[in-house]
Design a protein around this ligand. Structure first.
Ligand SMILES: Nc1nc2c(ncn2[C@@H]2O[C@H](COP(=O)(O)OP(=O)(O)OP(=O)(O)O)[C@@H](O)[C@H]2O)c(=O)[nH]1
Length: 345
């Protein structure tokens, strides 16, 4: 009981999804005496259902986060037919028996009709009913707490991450920027990220949005923001982070991408907005400024550089994306001092 209470206190003391994932995996590993526990994201990409590990812990080890990287689409759900059938039937759990009464247990976290997260418990011995009962309780607390965190981290109009969570997420990305990839002895198949891959920050602003509000009213303006948020979510990958920064301004943190791919992804989003028919309003466009993250620069300077590139895009025709370093290299922008920010509202 003491052990359970200790884990509950630890889990509910966090205000961060990653720490919560680490806590729940440590709790379940200890309670189930598991050989391995993984927290998995259930995602779909290109019509395929995928599993992406978020956190993992082995027996006697420390829980650690699994950092996503470009090219890591995820593990195909089809490789785990028991879990696939469980998700299709909206069932509470799936199991694959192993030797000596051990096996693998999957516990999807259902929120209504959706399960975005699943716990995977590899246990060498049978799980007693009492243990199963305790784990089910821990998983329910985890799900409720995840919900609460989601609520406090999200913008109520668009459902995107809010400004408040940006600083944390940027600090986390900056920490992993320029840091050497940890060696993973238990995952020898893991591909190392390409040397050209960087992390990127893009600031996106709706063009002439005031005109939309003035002509069609705020309700239609709000609808445009919601539709743009949807286009953002479908254009960027699950491990990128998309924020509504306020008003008609959005920020994206793009993980591990080459400059060429960052251009492609950002252009794909910009052209998808341009091609979208917004009910009543018709065509809407966006301008984008983006910059590579560098651990040696303070967040305010990085944001300032992306803002400068956005300002350039606004001043030079709108409906375009501009890359800060390229503008500086071409002499079109002056490299700004680190405490510079550009205001255009
Ligand atoms: N409907 C709606 N409008 C908002 C919201 N937040 C800010 N706005 C409006 O967004 C508009 C921003 O206008 P401006 O800053 O002048 O910029 P703009 O018209 O987009 O022009 P450029 O950025 O120069 O292309 C203002 O009219 C704000 O009232 C919101 O949540 N909903």
């Amino acid at each position: 009981m003491d052990c359970l209470l200790k884990h509950m206190v630890d889990m509910t003391g966090h205000r961060d999804h990653h720490m919560l994932d680490l806590s729940v995996s440590a709790a379940v590993q200890e309670l189930a005496a598991a050989a391995r526990v993984r927290v998995l994201t259930l995602a779909s990409s290109g019509g395929k259902q995928l599993l992406r590990p978020r956190a993992v812990i082995g027996a006697g080890g420390q829980a650690r986060l699994e950092e996503p990287y470009e090219g890591a689409a995820g593990e195909p759900l089809a490789a785990l037919p028991e879990l696939q059938a469980c998700l299709a039937a909206r069932a509470a759990s799936a199991a694959r028996p192993g030797p000596d009464g051990g096996g693998i247990l999957w516990l999807p976290l259902w929120i209504g009709e959706r399960a975005d997260t699943c716990l995977e418990i590899t246990h060498p011995a049978p799980l007693l009913d009492a243990t199963m009962h305790t784990i089910a309780g821990v998983v329910s607390v985890y799900r409720n707490f995840q919900n609460l965190l989601d609520y406090s981290e999200r913008d109520s109009l668009t459902g995107l991450l809010n400004r408040k969570t940006f600083d944390d997420q940027l600090a986390r990305m900056l920490q992993s920027t320029d840091a050497p990839e940890p060696s993973l002895p238990d995952r020898p198949e893991r591909r190392q990220p390409h040397a050209d891959q960087r992390q990127w920050l893009a600031v996106i602003d709706v063009d002439h949005f005031k005109r939309v509000n003035d002509r069609f009213g705020h309700l239609y303006g709000d609808e445009v923001l919601i539709l743009i948020a949807n286009l953002l979510q479908s254009s960027f990958r699950a491990h990128d982070r998309v924020f509504r920064f306020g008003g008609e301004e959005f920020v994206v943190l793009l993980r591990s991408s080459t400059l060429e791919n960052a251009w492609k992804i950002i252009e794909r989003f910009r052209t998808s907005v341009e091609a979208h028919h917004f009910p009543q309003v018709g065509q809407v466009t966006v301008s984008v400024g983006f910059v590579a993250l560098s651990a040696s620069e303070p967040p305010v300077a990085i944001l300032g550089h992306a803002d400068q590139a956005l300002y350039y895009a606004k001043a030079n025709g709108r409906n375009r994306a501009c890359h800060y370093e390229q503008l500086v290299a071409e002499g079109l922008l002056q490299a700004a001092a680190s405490n510079d920010t550009v205001e255009f509202f």
